[in-house]
Structure formats: C-alpha cells, structure tokens
Write a protein of this length. Structure first.
Length: 122
C-alpha cells in the first residue's frame, strides 16, 4: 500500500496487541495507540490472505482536530474500513466491516501472525 499513513514513532519488531469485537452489525478490530504498530506489516498480513486482492483504497474522512483519517478499502473478497485516530479519546487504529466473512479472514490472519496477538478477554 503506497499511501500508508506514517507517524513519528519508530517501527518495532514487538508483537502488537489487538482486540476483536464481533457484533450483530459486523465486526471490528482495535489496536491501541501505545502498541508497537506498523501499518505496512498490518497490510502485508491482510494482503497475504489467499485470493484477497486490494482493488481500491480511498479516504472517506480526514480531519486535523482531532487528527484522524478513515479509509474504505475494497478487495476481491469484500470491503472494510480502516481508521487512524492520532489524538482524542479514541486514539488508535481500527478495522471494521458489516461483512463478517472478511472480518473473520482478517482476524484469522492476525491470529496466525507472529507480529500480532489477541488481547485475552476476561
């Protein structure tokens, strides 16, 4: 993905913790702002899903107060949103979709990755 959002944090090789939230209207994956997150690694994991080809990535919202950007990503297997929020109460990174099938594929790939681990629910 050539249009990666970059911030000033150094890239890390540590495992990044994520939370998965399936719900009646789809599902979401949340990664906190303090995690050793690397967007390039995230998208390399997503694009490694068999038969998934990114067809389009467009910005659907961008603001500077709070600093946030929302993307709509269309793939050969479905569409999902990707959100980057760098300040405010909901700082972090999110992937979400009403399409539970594509979210199951994405979370399955992250669960298999050495770069990510799922936060255990109490």
């Amino acid at each position: 993905m050539n249009e990666s959002i970059k911030d000033d944090r150094a890239k890390s090789t540590s495992s990044c913790e994520f939370s998965y939230y399936p719900h009646e209207h789809g599902a979401s994956i949340s990664i906190g702002i303090d995690e050793p997150f690397d967007e390039d690694i995230l998208f390399s994991e997503i694009t490694a899903i068999p038969n998934l080809v990114v067809k389009d990535r467009k910005i659907t919202h961008q603001s500077f107060g709070p600093a946030e950007t929302w993307y709509e990503i269309t793939t050969s297997l479905g569409t999902f949103g990707y959100e980057v929020v760098l300040e405010g109460l909901e700082e972090g990174f999110s992937i979400y979709s009403a399409d539970k099938q594509i979210m199951e594929l994405i979370v399955g790939r992250l669960r298999q990755s050495p770069h990510f681990h799922e936060r255990m629910k109490n």
